[in-house]
Design a protein around this ligand. Structure first.
Ligand SMILES: Nc1ncnc2c1ncn2[C@@H]1O[C@H](COP(=O)(O)OP(=O)(O)OP(=O)(O)O)[C@@H](O)[C@H]1O
Length: 354
C-alpha cells in the first residue's frame, strides 16, 4: 500500500503544525519521520491515520483519495509510546481483540482467531506469554504484544508513534533491531515517528527529516547522513563541528584568513561554513598546511571509541573528534597537549552562517 501526502496543511488556531507537506511513501517501505520536538511528526502521522482532519491537501492510499474517510475505514494499525494493552485481558485476548469485535459477517471463527493469534505471538517471539496478563510482562514485551495486536487485523498501513520511547536504552536498541527484522518478514507499509536519529538511521528504509511543520529532507539513511541538504539536517543527524571557511574555485579553505585579499574578481572567495563530523578529523603532532592548532582538553573513553574535546584559538566552539582506541594509543595523547587538526572531509554551506 503506497501513501501519498499532497500539499497537506494542518493548523491549530493560528499555529501551523504541518505546512504544505508533500510526501510519497512506497509500498512495503519502513519510513521514519524524524525531527525535534514540535516539528509536526505526530500531527502528520495522525493525519495519515485519520485521527486528525487536514485543513487542506489530500491523503492518498494506493491511488485512492482517503482524506475524508474515517479512521475506522482506513485499515491502519497503531502502536503508541505508552502501551495501551487492556490490563484485565490476557495477552492472547489482547491480540485477539481487534478480531473479536469485528461485525459478525467479517469475524473469523474461534479456531481461525486462535490460529492467527498463535501465529502472531510466534512472530513477535512471545508465544509463551499467551496466558499472562500485561502486568506480568516487561515494558519491551508489552510493546511487542501491542505490535502483534496492531497486526492482528491485517492493517494495510502500520503507524508507530515513538513505539520504544518509554523504554531504557538497551531494550530500545534490541527492539529497534527486532522491528527491522520483523518488517523484513512482513513488509507492511510502515511509518514511525522518532526524535532519535540513531533509531531512524538504524531501522528505516527512508528518513523524512521534519522541522517547523516542513520537510527538510527525504531520502535513504545514507543520503541524509552523507549528503545532508542543509545545515539543519547536518546538525540534527549527530555531532558536527563548524569551521569558518572560504570557497574559491571549488576549493574549501577552512579557517582561511578572513582578510585574505583576492588578486582579481575571479579570485573572490565566498564565505561559508565547513561542517565536519568528529570521525572525519585527523589529529597530528606536527603542524601541516591547512592544519589547525588545538589544545586537547578532555578525553572520554566510551567502549571502543575515544572522544576528544579540543579548543582552538580561532573559535569559541569546542571541537569534537572521535578516534578508535587503536588510533588513540598510537598517538599517545594526553590532556592539555598541543596538537593539530586536519579535517579529511567537509561539507560546505555558503553564507554568513548560523
Ligand atoms: N491538538 C492540538 N492543539 C493545539 N496544538 C497542537 C495540538 N497537537 C499538536 N499541537 C502543536 O503542534 C506542534 C506539532 O506537534 P507534534 O506533536 O506534531 O510534534 P512532534 O514533532 O510530534 O513533537 P514531539 O516529538 O514532541 O511529539 C506542536 O507545537 C504542538 O504543540
Amino acid at each position: 500500500m503506497s501513501i501519498q501526502v499532497e500539499q497537506v496543511r494542518k493548523n491549530f488556531g493560528d499555529f501551523v503544525a504541518v505546512d504544505n507537506v508533500n510526501l510519497s511513501i512506497n509500498s512495503g517501505e519502513l519510513t521514519a519521520l524524524l525531527g525535534p520536538s514540535g516539528s509536526g511528526k505526530t500531527t502528520l502521522l495522525r493525519l495519515i491515520a485519520g485521527l486528525e482532519q487536514t485543513d487542506s491537501g489530500r491523503i492518498i492510499f494506493h491511488g485512492e483519495d482517503i482524506s475524508h474517510q474515517h479512521v475506522s475505514e482506513r485499515g491502519v494499525g497503531f502502536v503508541f509510546q505508552h502501551y495501551a494493552l487492556f490490563k484485565n485481558m490476557t495477552v492472547f485476548e489482547n491480540v485477539a481483540f481487534g478480531l473479536t469485535v469485528k461485525p459478525r459477517k467479517f469475524r473469523p471463527n474461534a479456531a481461525e482467531i486462535k490460529k492467527r493469534v498463535d501465529r502472531l505471538l510466534q512472530l513477535v517471539q512471545l508465544d509463551w506469554t499467551a496466558d499472562r496478563y500485561p502486568s506480568q510482562l516487561s515494558g519491551g514485551q508489552r510493546q511487542r504484544i501491542a505490535l502483534a495486536r496492531a497486526l492482528a487485523v491485517e492493517p494495510k498501513v502500520l503507524l508507530l508513534d515513538e513505539p520504544f520511547g518509554a523504554l531504557d536504552a538497551k531494550v530500545r536498541a534490541e527492539l529497534r533491531r527486532w522491528l527491522r527484522r520483523l518488517h523484513d518478514e512482513i513488509h507492511v507499509t510502515s511509518v514511525f515517528v522518532t526524535h532519535d536519529q540513531e533509531e531512524a538511521l538504524e531501522v528505516a528504509d527512508r528518513i523524512v527529516v521534519m522541522n517547523k511543520g516542513r520537510i527538510e529532507q527525504d531520502g535513504t539513511p545514507e543520503e541524509v547522513y552523507d549528503n545532508p541538504a542543509n545545515p539543519f539536517v547536518y546538525e540534527f543527524l549527530g555531532t558536527v563541528n563548524l569551521f569558518h571557511a572560504r570557497v574559491r574555485h571549488g576549493d574549501t579553505l577552512i579557517n582561511a584568513d578572513t582578510q585574505d585579499k583576492p588578486a582579481s574578481a575571479e579570485e573572490v572567495a565566498l564565505p561559508g561554513f565547513a561542517y565536519v563530523r568528529p570521525h572525519e578529523i585527523d589529529v597530528l603532532h606536527q603542524a601541516e598546511e591547512d592544519a589547525i592548532a588545538a589544545t586537547l582538553e578532555l578525553i572520554t573513553v566510551v567502549g571502543p571509541t575515544v572522544r576528544l574535546e579540543l579548543q582552538t584559538a580561532i573559535s569559541d566552539r569546542v571541537v569534537h573528534v572521535e578516534l578508535n582506541k587503536e588510533q588513540f594509543k598510537k598517538l599517545g595523547l594526553a590532556a592539555a597537549q598541543q596538537v593539530f587538526l586536519k579535517p579529511r572531509y567537509s561539507r560546505v554551506f555558503l553564507g554568513e552562517g548560523i
